[in-house]
Design a protein around this ligand. Sequence first.
Ligand SMILES: Cc1ncc(COP(=O)(O)O)c(C=O)c1O
Length: 394
Amino acid sequence: MRNPTAFLKKEYKELKDKGIDWELWVLIGASKSHCNIGGKKVIMLCSNNYLNLSNHPKVIEAAINALKTHGAGSGSVRAIAGSMDLHFELEKTIARFKRTEAALYYQTGFAVNAGLIPQLIGKEDAVISDELNHGSIIDGVRLTRTERYVYAHNDMGELEKVIKEADSKGARRILVITDGVFSMDGDIAHADVIVKLAAEYGAMTYIDDAHGEGTIGPDGRGIGAHFGIEGKIDVEMGTFSKAYGVVGGLAAGSKDLVRFAFNKSRTWLLSGSAPPPTVAACKAALEVLETEPEHVLKLWENTNYFKKELISLGFDTGNSQTPIIPAMCGESHKARALSKRLYNMGIFALPIVFPMVARDKARIRCQMNTGLTREDLDTALNAFEKGGKELGII
Ligand SMILES: Cc1ncc(COP(=O)(O)O)c(C=O)c1O
């Protein structure tokens, strides 16, 4: 007789035996630079809440007010009765911040990639993707029957070669898609070159700037602002779950794009709209960025100091150009052991190991935060030095 659920235990055990299962940590209280994780007070070095906006008084106040005026939920999907004034106000604010004609807010960034990519391309088209693109892009592409081309990470020579190939094969549409800031290495896509090449061959550009928004470019306006190519990226995709400190996804671009996207993205059309406190908090977070430039400046002050000191301790930080700073450890067991030692010394920084990165490229991925003081950073650096020496990493 078939046991219909036996695979649940078996497959979990396989993950556990390979050491690639997830254990969940409890974050007790708010996500801040000093947190309580699993009952222990720690300095947080692996949160996406780069600017600490989730705790900003204006963001909190906006969420509370919206809860009082608009309630806890929207009551519907956007397309039926769930498009509140708050959603439209947020979308206007996104477009103003990103300097695009229009913008659309989704429930999550994942919902943008899973909902919009499959509508932009189909069977007669070609999609050209960086080999290190985020899983949500990969899943969005999987939902299409489009011919796929993958180019070596950030290799613009290879990108041009594959655009030419797709073009010569007579693709109806060509979509070039990349992360803006790569989440494991913290390096930046050559968006200026991508936009130029795409224009030469009549290709569309789609940049997932999840880790770039709020961190790079003037006032944290993201990859378009960083390269001075605002308005030239066909689809600027982003998320509110990282530097903006809330949750939600965005697609910014032309009015044509936005009308197309909300008529066709199934994740947007068929899923309840985000609740009022969330939407109001997202808008307030953008307004904070527009009026308080000190947050992004502080993030970079911390980033530059921490990276310089980590390198002078002997750590390899790879190609990091952003507040994502990997401390390379080599084999997975070393990264895991270092993470454990760091936790024991009051530093929370998780290991990134195979299969998320290559087998010999396991690392501790550090993410900077505006709430970290110089003293916090020095405490963390001392712990890295101690743990790194004990394990023979430095
Ligand atoms: C590059 C990238 N794209 C998309 C997402 C998904 O964003 P969200 O958390 O809003 O679903 C993430 C989050 O992990 C990401 O890092």
